[in-house]
Structure formats: structure tokens, C-alpha cells
Write a protein that binds this ligand. Structure first.
Ligand code: AMP
Length: 422
């Protein structure tokens, strides 16, 4: 399958070739023909599958076929996405794929001065990419009208609801023209998402690619059991590997992210943090430095890292495990982009062992353990005690405290693990 066979027009084909795209990804192969036919789309796909191009390419083509920009440009396509980072990346994609079409796009998001955004919109744009808060704000001030929108995309709908944007989304919907084509993307499809989708879409076609648990198959995953207090030392140890050109490190908290950055800098490893307490400019700067590989380690919290899209990123390190298994999948999905290689290391302390169990349940596989390292989890609980209590006993029996290295004893049978070959 080629992009030509999807009837993509020449100016877009040329741009795709320059991007190095030769073959459509599965979500693109399925979605592009549907969107080009003018049909609404319900897409179940997460970032990393190529979903941005799956909606951007046909929208650019449809806008280009019905040019109106010899007159004053109007916002004919609106893409709403939950985070600033995603919004910026989507705009970059529109600019890249549409560079030979003459279409204009821009991006707006909160946390920065609105004036440059307002000026750009005043000058006329065909495509607007926005986060919900700033969009509503500029609409309320009368700087933006949605009355000419022909194509509406709601991106990462599940994350949008998680982040509490449901009311903003409903207000936006009320301001959109009834006659429009709508595309709706979500990584997961719980009932509230289906309900929201049905309030937006008209007789949609559905496409679905790689459910959340299987997209991780191409990523090599490993876990280190380590005491909480030794995680910094282990991180420095792991980063001694010069094959790790750049690494994205996840922490649970903003404060934790800052602390990890300090440690790394003390060990002469260039590192920056990206989280909600940083200004938009600082976040963008950190991201740019990381992409340019002048910063080797970017330490991020989950929300801030959502949608970070760096093709060269091969290593993700979970400094702390998350208690939400889907978040683990999203985190490691920052690497292995569009089929490239990826490695994810997770540092698991005693308290996080149950998170690991939940993650392994979701991805339906055991993550290989790297047992040979200088900071193994200390065995706080004598093996004898574990034996006395037995396994699978009565639920009121206190759970044995986590033991040391899972290869030796503990709640996981040794045969499932073993030293990772890496
Ligand atoms: P997305 O899921 O939209 O975040 O895209 C994930 C990554 O895949 C981005 O870095 C895109 O540049 C890249 N990508 C998207 N479509 C293709 C394609 N057909 N061929 C190669 N890379 C692609």
C-alpha cells in the first residue's frame, strides 16, 4: 500500500516524501479513504500509531480541493487537543504535510500571552489547533468565531475527560455549525467516551488500531527491583551506557522530577525537567534542547509528557512506576514511534510491586527482570516468614512484605523471570 493508492494529491505526496513517509500506517490506511469521502470517523488509536497524519492529510486535501483562501481566510478546520505539547506537535504536522498547498495553520494554548495568537488569527488562518481553555477564552472575547468550521477533530478524547475538559468541550460543540464533518479520536473507549462521541458524530465509520495492550510489543521492556533510596544511584548507573543518547525519565511528582534533575546535574549528566510548574516557554525550551540532544535526559511527569513525539527517542525510564497501568503503556509509547526501536526500563521498589503486577496483567506479559545490578532491592523480610505465611492463604493474613530480588524468592516464581538478556 502506498500513499498514491489512497488518492492523495500531488502537493501532499511531495511533502510526505520529504518527511520520509513511504507507507501509510494502519490507522492512516483505514482512516484516509473514509475522511476523503466526507464520512464522520470514530478512531480508536493512541499516539505513536500515526493518527495525526491520519486526520491531517485528508483534511488538508479536502481544504485544498475547495480553496477559499484567495479571499480572506476563515477557520475552516478546528482541531482540539488536551495539551499544549500535543497542540504544538499537531500544528507542526499540518505545516509539514501542507507546506505545498498554501494553507495556513496556527496553534493556540494557554499559559502564554494571547496577543501574538490573536494577531495571527486576525490575519487569517484555514486551520486552527487549540487547547480547549484558550480557545473558549478567545471565543468569549470575540477574537474567534467557529461559524465557518467544516472539519472538526476532537483528539485524545479520553485524556480530555481525564483532565476535566468535558464542560469546555460541550461549550465548543454548541458553537460549531451543525453541518460539518467530525473526527473523534480516543486511545480508550469507555462508556462515557462513546456517549460523548455519539453527541458529536453523525453516522460515523469506526476504525481501530492496536489496542493499548499490544502496541507495546515492539518495545523492549525491563524492570529493575531497587530500593526507593537507591533509585538515583541506579539511574546514574544505567545512564553510564553511552548507547543511551537521550532518555525520557518519568516521575510521579513535579517535585520528584526536579530532584532527579538535580542529582543528574551533580553527576555531570545534562538534564531538564518538564512539568506543570514550569512556564510554557521553559517547557518548550527543554523540549527543544532534548530534541537537539543538547540535553540528554528529560525528566517529566505524566501530564507534561503526554504526546511528546520525538522519533529519535529510544529510551524511556520509569523512575517511579505508575499505579495506572494504561499510563505505563502511554509512557513507554513515547519510544518505538511508528515502528522504530524502543527500550523501556522501570525501577520498581517494594511498594510498587503491586503496580507492576497490574501493568503485567494489562500488557499480558511478564516484564523481564534485570537482576545483575549494584543496587538490588534488599530483602527486608526473612524468607522464613514468607514460607510460614504461605501463599494464597486467608485474605486477612497480612501480606508478606516484598522480598528482595524476585529471582530468588517472593511473590513471583523464579522460572518466569531470570536474568534479562537485554
Ligand atoms: P502520531 O501517532 O501521530 O503521534 O505519530 C507518531 C510518529 O509517527 C510521528 O513521529 C510521525 O512523524 C510518524 N509517522 C506518522 N505517519 C508515518 C508514516 N506513514 N511513515 C513513517 N512515519 C510516520
Amino acid at each position: 500500500m502506498s500513499f498514491q493508492s489512497l488518492n492523495i494529491c500531488e502537493p501532499i505526496l511531495k511533502a510526505l516524501e520529504e518527511e520520509g513517509y513511504t507507507t501509510p500506517t494502519p490507522i492512516q490506511a483505514q482512516s484516509i479513504p473514509i475522511v476523503l469521502k466526507g464520512i464522520d470517523l470514530l478512531g480508536c488509536a493512541q499516539t505513536g500509531t500515526g493518527k495525526t497524519a491520519a486526520f491531517a492529510i485528508p483534511i488538508i486535501q479536502l481544504l485544498h480541493e475547495n480553496k477559499t483562501y484567495d479571499k480572506k481566510r476563515k477557520i475552516r478546520s478546528l482541531i482540539v487537543t488536551p495539551t499544549r505539547e500535543l497542540a504544538i506537535q499537531i500544528n507542526e504536522s499540518f505545516k509539514a504535510y501542507g507546506k505545498y498547498t498554501g494553507l495556513k495553520s496556527t496553534v493556540i494554548f494557554g499559559g502564554v500571552n494571547q496577543n501574538p495568537q490573536v494577531d495571527t488569527i486576525r490575519n487569517g488562518v484555514d486551520i486552527l489547533i487549540a487547547t480547549p481553555g484558550r480557545l473558549l477564552d478567545l471565543m468569549n472575547q470575540g477574537f474567534i468565531s467557529l461559524r465557518d468550521v467544516e472539519f472538526f477533530v476532537l483528539d485524545e478524547a479520553d485524556r480530555m475527560l481525564d483532565m476535566g475538559f468535558i464542560h469546555d468541550v460541550k461549550k465548543l460543540l454548541a458553537a460549531l455549525p451543525k453541518k460539518r464533518q467530525s473526527l473523534f479520536f480516543s486511545a480508550t473507549m469507555p462508556p462515557e467516551i462513546i456517549k460523548l462521541a455519539s453527541s458529536i458524530l453523525d453516522n460515523p465509520s469506526q476504525v481501530s488500531v492496536t489496542p493499548v495492550s499490544s502496541t507495546v510489543d515492539i518495545i523492549q521492556q525491563h524492570v529493575y527491583f531497587v530500593d526507593k533510596g537507591n533509585k538515583n544511584a541506579l539511574l546514574v548507573e544505567v545512564l553510564k551506557d553511552k548507547n543511551i543518547k537521550i532518555a525520557l525519565v518519568f516521575t510521579r511528582t513535579k517535585h520528584g522530577a526536579d530532584k532527579v534533575v538535580k542529582t543528574l546535574i551533580n553527576h555531570n549528566i545534562t538534564a531538564e525537567a518538564i512539568h506543570g510548574n514550569k512556564t510554557q516557554n521553559a517547557r518548550q525550551r527543554a523540549l527543544t534542547n532534548f530534541k537537539a540532544q543538547t540535553t540528554r535526559v528529560l525528566v517529566a511527569t505524566d501530564i507534561a509528557a503526554r504526546g511528546i513525539d520525538i522519533d529519535e527517542l529510544e529510551h524511556v525510564i520509569n523512575y517511579e512506576l505508575t499505579n495506572i497501568p494504561e499510563t505505563y503503556v502511554h509512557r513507554i509509547g513515547r519510544t518505538g514511534r511508528a515502528g522504530a526501536k524502543g527500550t523501556a526500563f522501570s525501577f520498581c521498589d517494594a511498594e510498587e510491586k503491586e503496580y507492576l503486577r497490574d501493568i503485567e496483567k494489562l500488557i499480558a506479559k511478564k516484564i523481564p527482570v534485570i537482576s545483575e545490578h549494584p543496587f538490588p532491592l534488599m530483602d527486608h523480610n526473612p524468607v522464613k516468614e514468607v514460607k510460614q505465611q504461605g501463599r494464597g492463604g486467608n485474605r486477612n493474613t497480612p501480606r508478606p512484605k516484598p522480598t528482595g530480588n524476585n529471582n530468588k524468592a517472593g511473590n513471583n516464581p523464579p522460572s518466569r523471570f531470570g536474568k534479562s538478556k537485554n
